[in-house]
Ligand binder design. Structure first.
Ligand code: GLY
Length: 290
């Protein structure tokens, strides 16, 4: 039976992204197109220092983007260490649709993007260059909890047909080591969905999320009968158990099942998510552990 009320949820307080996706869903656009277009809003937002253009560079001054996308049929595409294109999610979608692979990295991802007609761009903005020059003075590597409430955008949409798609895109941790890849482009860690069950996306400290394959875990727990809320809480508790220093970082998940029920949970206070449904676009504070 078709799901009659399309819905978009997305990490953090990025209302323009959920609005774009939600309005597209309301107009009958597919969940896959809606998640791509939705997260593209933040990729293009140069004020957002953790997604797309304007993202903070690594400690050698490179802005490198990670992204993935999943379609309702379980297909997936991803790029890691993409250096010259704002819309990493769109390159990831091309990987999914135009190659026999799931993930392309670094130079190969850049070459592929060029071959697909994406124009080469400079991702380091004047503001992010300035912030980097400041950082170089002390070279302190201390990722800030909730990074001024901006981090990876992960989005899940259910369209008018009841199909579920998801996307996740990030410039990763500010001043990470050159070559570092986080959870965001890793299917199962930053994003996972099963169109028969539901989906989950992650934000926060990628290393902790990677080690618990959190989004996959949440979908499997929902498959076994847990609600999205129970499943998100179980995934965060897994991270807490595995990381004695859990109070030093943020990790958060949001999830949705095929009934449209939503869950979210995180370690630290301060994480919220967007929900667009029935013409209402709202920001909702997540429950948290600490
Ligand atoms: N969650 C984004 C990252 O750790 O790269």
């Amino acid at each position: 039976m078709p799901f009659l009320k399309p819905i978009c949820i997305a990490t953090w307080n990025f209302p323009n992204a959920s609005l774009r996706a939600g309005e597209m869903l309301a107009a009958g656009v597919s969940a896959l197109d809606a998640v791509e277009q939705g997260v593209m809003v933040e990729e293009a937002n140069v004020k957002n220092t953790t997604v797309g253009k304007g993202g903070a560079p690594d400690r050698e001054g490179n802005v490198t983007l990670d992204a993935c996308i999943m379609s309702p049929d379980g297909n997936a595409g991803a790029v890691v260490y993409l250096k010259h294109n704002t819309h990493a999610v769109s390159v990831a979608r091309k990987v999914m649709e135009e190659t026999p692979h799931v993930m392309l990295a670094g130079e190969g991802a850049d070459q592929f993007a060029k071959a697909q007609g994406f124009e080469r761009e400079e991702l380091l903005t004047e503001a992010s260059e300035k912030a980097y020059q400041e950082w170089l003075k002390k070279k302190e590597y201390k990722p800030i909890i909730n990074i001024e409430n901006h981090d990876t955008i992960g989005m899940l949409c259910i369209d008018q047909k009841g199909d579920l798609a998801g996307a996740c895109t990030s410039s990763g941790l500010s001043y990470k080591m050159n070559g570092r890849v986080g959870d965001s482009p890793i299917i199962g860690a930053g994003l996972f969905l099963d169109n028969e069950v539901g989906g989950a996306v992650a934000t926060g400290m990628g290393e902790a999320i990677l080690k618990t394959v959190g989004s996959f875990l949440i979908v499997e727990l929902m498959r076994q009968g847990k609600s999205p809320q129970e499943a998100c809480e179980a995934a965060i508790m897994r991270i807490i158990k595995q990381n004695p220093n859990y109070s030093d970082f943020q990790a958060a998940f949001i999830a949705i099942n095929k009934k449209g029920e939503i869950g979210s949970y995180c370690i630290q206070k301060g994480f919220s998510y967007m929900k667009y449904q029935d013409g209402t676009n709202k920001n909702i504070q997540s429950k948290f552990y600490l």
